[in-house]
Ligand binder design. Sequence first.
Ligand code: PLP
Length: 355
Amino acid sequence: MKINLKLTNAPKAKPTDESKLGFGAVFSDHMLIRKWTSEGGWQDAEIVPYADFVLSPAAAVFHYGAEIFEGLKAYRTAAGKIQLFRPIENVRRMNNSAERLCMPQMPEEEMLECIKKIVEVEKDWVPHSEGTSLYIRPFLIGTDPKLGVHTVHECTFCIICSPSGSYYAEGLAPVKIMIEDEDVRAVRGGTGYAKCGGNYAASYRAGEKAAKKGYSQVLWLDGVERKYIEEVGAMNVMFKIDGVVVTPELLGSVLPGITRKSCIELLKAKGFKVEERRISVDELFEAVKSGRLEEAWGTGTAAVVSPIGELIFKGEEYKINNFEIGKTTQMLYDTLTSIQWGKAADEHNWIVKID
Ligand SMILES: *Cc1c(COP(=O)(O)O)cnc(C)c1O
């Protein structure tokens, strides 16, 4: 694989007020493109000026949801160096998602090279303020210009980069979560473990319902019995019950989060007992009522860790830890962010340096 550079001669002005970046609204000067066909395989990659796509209106991505994506961040250290957090995990998950949707996989080292190269080219777009980062969005779309329903024969792999603000501009804050009892996100055998766009479109309705009630996210139950807890919006979920951290196990319907995996590894290294198993809403509310549920939090690249202060289920509200941030939640947040921004030693070998 070669990565050809066709750089812009009209670079955009970088955002001056980094407190107003928000998430995913501003994009850097370039994007990486790599095309694939079933006959020719992967072509060389190129880094070109960020621009609109020209696609056939019949392209498979528009009709049959032939789309998968990833999300990771580039962090700027105090010394001004740029680094990534466990990017190989994103590469592997992208290939697993591709396998599920019969889309082409890319050799791991080539996809990693693509990610590193676009970040290197865009390194001045990594913001400087505390808690900010360059969000990296690799995605793969089916572009076959035919309406027949068949596996894709033409794809475009693309990486775009978005300087993003601190998720917690006002500090780590507990959120209110609605447990959804009608819609489901995924079932075993479906696409729950794949990071594909279709999973998100199907979750909008419950998200709207939660927002109308004043809740910020949806907690999904399993699609078969509507009884077991799965995950929260775009985050995995963990509960601390009687000192033990419990998180739903990965049975095919839950997205295998890299933050989830990192939290489990950190917790175990610090001597916590961690159980990956099915946990029902009944068990959870029983733990709330008997005062044994100590903390609950979501995990994901965007927020890192998000404390859950309240749950609502079938009209009943349950406060968790007095709507305060728990000690374990705070510890995980501090530990992970220190590694990501290079303030703590990288004992687990998770960091990939760009420059
Ligand atoms: C991306 C994602 C997560 C979190 O994964 P991370 O790798 O930790 O960012 C959790 N759930 C869903 C549905 C996701 O799409």
